[in-house]
Design a protein around this ligand. Structure first.
Ligand SMILES: Cc1cc2nc3c(=O)[nH]c(=O)nc-3n(C[C@H](O)[C@H](O)[C@H](O)COP(=O)(O)OP(=O)(O)OC[C@H]3O[C@@H](n4cnc5c(N)ncnc54)[C@H](O)[C@@H]3O)c2cc1C
Length: 482
């Protein structure tokens, strides 16, 4: 029968691709991947600019670790980039008055920050106490630290440390790995359950999408990919053990697929928005609650391309250490419909590791969501004004081009990373990962994707492992037939 398959996979991101490859490698060829976009990748998105690849999503493979199978695959294909990591170039730290902050203070606070995260947070007995946010925990520790320091330091020295604490709180890698929202939204026990394997993260030569093409797309038959196919409804029939999948094609035509199993890999952001209309009958209440409770944040990347660098080749980054008591007003946004509160979330700009004329920044949480609404030209003006405020000695020209992601308003993601929000626990991730219905006769709907990995949520390797997990589950059902 036409459009009748053993397995339908929703989504051609890392999880969907790894599931498809696993099925194909293990004797199940009767599957199809329905992808709403016109290409693979999902939250891995490379754009080509001036013969170079620019990443709007995943950029680094975490690792040098046996825990990251993607890292190992890239290593095996000799695709890991050996480019310089900027460590022997200069990082500048200026406050809002254009004053430089001593790097020793940065290192002092960074050391304490890491110590709190690595040594103190894991010992928090969250089973016996109400869950606390990572932000509250860290600030309480720093409060104590500053109280002790006040004995020997003057007000200016304390102010400087406060600026660094504020800056690190916004730009610490935690925000980019476990979830991207404010640290005051992230649960301490959620952080404890997350396993960071960041030791020697590496870029990928030619970009992440080329890598995914090499290891997945080129190894899966072309006809298995049905692009421009947006799944609207997943209706299960327990009696005849099948699932009907209603799909909107590019020409708005609705096509129905039927399968014995459906693997859903849409982001938690998509599930939050669509689960009530998508699943018939509705998902079990406990699963719905878990989807609602889990956090799904936004990290956006912004690249500013200049005709030529206006900075010295020795520079690696220009950091913005905001005064803690200012509002962060931008004159270029006066008399426009846009506010400028978001700008205090900006922590600075880095020189791109390969494009020497390009500065890049990341902006997370509500600020990251908000700036998606500001037009490119106006946003470029904001960066010019901000740079001039923190680095008044440098004349910043208008960028030639601004390239950026918009993950929050993207209806195929509605954000970028799953995290364990205050009020949710790792059990919500486990509950979501359970197939539905959970019956020995065989699951009809299975769930994969980064948001279903209890230790590596928010990462590409987490997504990869969940695709394999669900592939294995399906292959296990048919093992005796092979
Ligand atoms: C800015 C940013 C930086 C990141 N940096 C890193 C990093 O450096 N290292 C790292 O390990 N991870 C990083 N990540 C995280 C990583 O990109 C994701 O965890 C991973 O790519 C998620 O893969 P996935 O398959 O779970 O989901 P997705 O990539 O979201 O795939 C889901 C797919 O489903 C499709 N889809 C959605 N709805 C439908 C529908 N109704 N019908 C059909 N198709 C649908 C989507 O188009 C998408 O292709 C980053 C992410 C972002 C956004």
């Amino acid at each position: 029968m036409e459009n009748h398959y053993c397995v339908v996979i929703i989504g051609a991101g890392v999880a969907g691709l790894s599931c498809a490859k696993y099925l194909a490698d293990n004797g199940i060829q009767d599957f199809v991947i329905l992808e709403a976009n016109n290409q693979i990748g999902g939250r891995c998105q490379t754009v080509e600019f001036m013969d170079q690849s620019i990443e709007l999503g995943t950029e680094l493979l975490q690792g040098n670790s046996s825990n990251n199978p993607l890292f190992q695959l890239a290593e095996g294909q000799h695709l890991l980039d050996q480019d310089d990591d900027g460590l022997d170039r200069d990082d500048c730290y200026h406050d809002e008055d254009g004053e430089s902050i001593d790097e020793d203070i940065i290192n002092e606070i960074r050391t304490i920050y890491d110590e709190i995260l690595e040594k103190k947070v894991p010992t928090y007995p969250y089973e016996n106490y109400p869950d606390l946010s990572l932000g509250e925990f860290i600030l309480a520790e720093f409060d104590q630290y500053l109280q002790l320091k006040k004995v020997s330091l003057d007000k200016n020295e304390i102010d400087q440390r406060e600026k660094v604490i504020d800056w690190l709180g916004k730009q610490h890698p935690v925000l980019n790995t476990i979830g991207s929202e404010k640290l005051t939204d992230v649960s301490v026990q959620g952080w404890i359950s997350f396993e960071s394997i960041s030791t020697n993260d590496k870029y990928i030569q030619g970009g992440i999408c080329k890598f995914l093409q090499t290891i997945f797309e080129n190894k899966i038959a072309k006809e298995k990919f049905h692009f421009n196919s947006k799944v609207k409804r997943v209706a299960i029939h327990e009696v005849n053990q099948s699932v009907n999948i209603e799909v909107i094609k590019e020409n708005q035509q609705i096509v129905t697929y039927r399968a014995k199993h459906v693997v859903c890999t849409q982001s938690i952001g998509c599930l939050k928005k669509t689960m009530h209309e998508m699943f018939v009958p509705p998902l079990p209440y406990s699963k719905q609650v878990s989807i609602e409770k889990l956090g799904f944040g936004t990290v956006n990347k912004i690249y500013l391309v200049f005709s030529q660098p206006f900075w010295d080749v020795d520079f690696n980054s220009f950091n913005f250490l905001w005064n803690t008591n200012t509002e962060g007003k931008l004159t270029c946004l006066e008399n426009t419909p846009y506010h400028s509160r978001w700008c205090k979330s900006l922590t600075g700009l880095c020189v791109h590791h390969r494009l020497s004329n390009t500065l890049v920044t990341q902006i997370s949480g509500e600020a990251g969501e908000y700036i998606e609404t500001i037009p490119d030209g106006l946003l470029s003006n904001c960066f010019q004004e901000l740079f001039g405020r923190f680095y008044p000695d440098n004349q910043i020209p208008k960028p030639k081009k601004l390239i950026r992601s918009s993950w929050f308003h993207n209806p195929l993601t509605y954000g970028s990373h799953t995290f364990i929000k205050i009020g949710s626990t790792v059990h919500d991730i486990k509950r979501l990962a359970m197939p539905w219905p959970d019956k020995p006769a065989g699951p009809l709907v299975l769930f994969a994707g980064e948001g279903t990995h209890e230790r590596f949520y928010g990462t590409a390797h987490g997504a990869f492992l969940t695709g394999i997990r669900e592939g294995k589950r399906i292959v296990g059902l048919y093992k005796s037939n092979f």
